[in-house]
Design a protein around this ligand. Structure first.
Ligand SMILES: [Zn+2]
Length: 279
């Protein structure tokens, strides 16, 4: 059996999956303190309790925002968690006395959907999270591709492709750059447009921009399936309006990449974290 943990800005979610992917235990706790040592203790304690209740020798996988820098071993870009800029992997492994696998939460999302979700059976999967921010993950044959720097799939911080004159150069992003995809395709970005244009026109623009952003992914990765999660994934326009627009930008006459809605919802992060280890 496998323990999966989803580390968020305000809480920790824990799940135990059996070999068939069924949930044996699920729990969530909020951080009583955001101080690193206390938050580290809480994380270790939640894992130990889950192991005690479900399986003494469970593997442990953790999904969280940002990434662990392969060179320094420090957590990076996980600004809203208590673990940013800390050697979390090393410290947690010392406490648990076992190896712990880490992945970005968008990668965990993609892994979960590739293993037993909306992209089940697809060999190459691109998982796109369209929520408060825009994240992405790449899974090939049920393995996360994390990359040299641990940032593979971070399409949210590349510029919106094929910008119009009106869009150029785009709003300033939290990362400091101009015109990032996140500034056009996050939930807050859509809501800004809705307030100015109305819901229908905002969603039509959103679909057009998403088609461009996905076309770039298809031109580079050509995934078998694109699976969409996050708050924006509830909009049907993503699955009806975007596919016919791909033809304008994809370097193929008849692009047919399936674009599907995630099935595990908010649970995909914690499930995917458990799936960082084989069943
Ligand atoms: Zn950015």
């Amino acid at each position: 059996m496998r323990v999966g943990v989803d580390v968020g800005g305000t809480k920790i979610a824990v799940v135990v999956l059996d070999a068939g992917g069924a949930e044996r235990l699920r729990r969530r706790v909020e951080y009583p303190s955001r101080e690193y040592a206390a938050a580290l203790d809480l994380l270790a304690e939640q894992i130990l309790v889950a192991q005690k209740e479900a399986c003494a020798d469970c593997s442990v996988g953790i999904g969280m925002p940002g990434f662990i820098d392969p060179q320094s071993g420090l957590v990076e870009n996980a600004y809203n968690t208590p673990y940013n800029k800390r050697p979390l992997k090393k410290d947690l492994e010392e406490k648990l006395r076992q190896e712990v696998r880490f992945a970005n939460d968008a990668n965990c999302f993609a892994l979960s959907e590739a293993c037993d979700g909306a992209a089940r059976g697809a060999r190459v999967v691109f998982g796109a999270i369209l929520g408060t921010g825009v994240g992405g993950g790449i899974v090939v044959e049920r393995r996360v591709i994390d990359g040299l720097h641990g940032i593979a799939g971070e399409w949210g911080h590349t510029p919106l492709p094929w910008m119009t004159d009106e869009e150029h150069p785009g709003p300033r992003c939290n990362c400091g750059r101009l015109g990032c995809i996140e500034q056009f395709l996050s939930g807050p970005a859509k809501n800004r447009e809705r307030d100015a244009l109305g819901e229908d026109a905002a969603l039509t623009r959103f679909a057009d921009r998403l088609a461009r952003a996905f076309s770039m992914v298809i031109n580079i990765l050509d995934p078998d399936t694109i699976v969409v999660g996050g708050g924006m994934s509830k909009h049907d326009e993503i699955y009806t309006q975007v596919p016919p627009l791909l033809q304008r930008h994809v370097y193929h006459r008849n692009p047919r990449t399936p674009i599907v809605r995630a099935v595990h919802g908010d649970a995909s992060g914690v499930r995917g974290a458990a799936m960082l280890w084989p069943a």
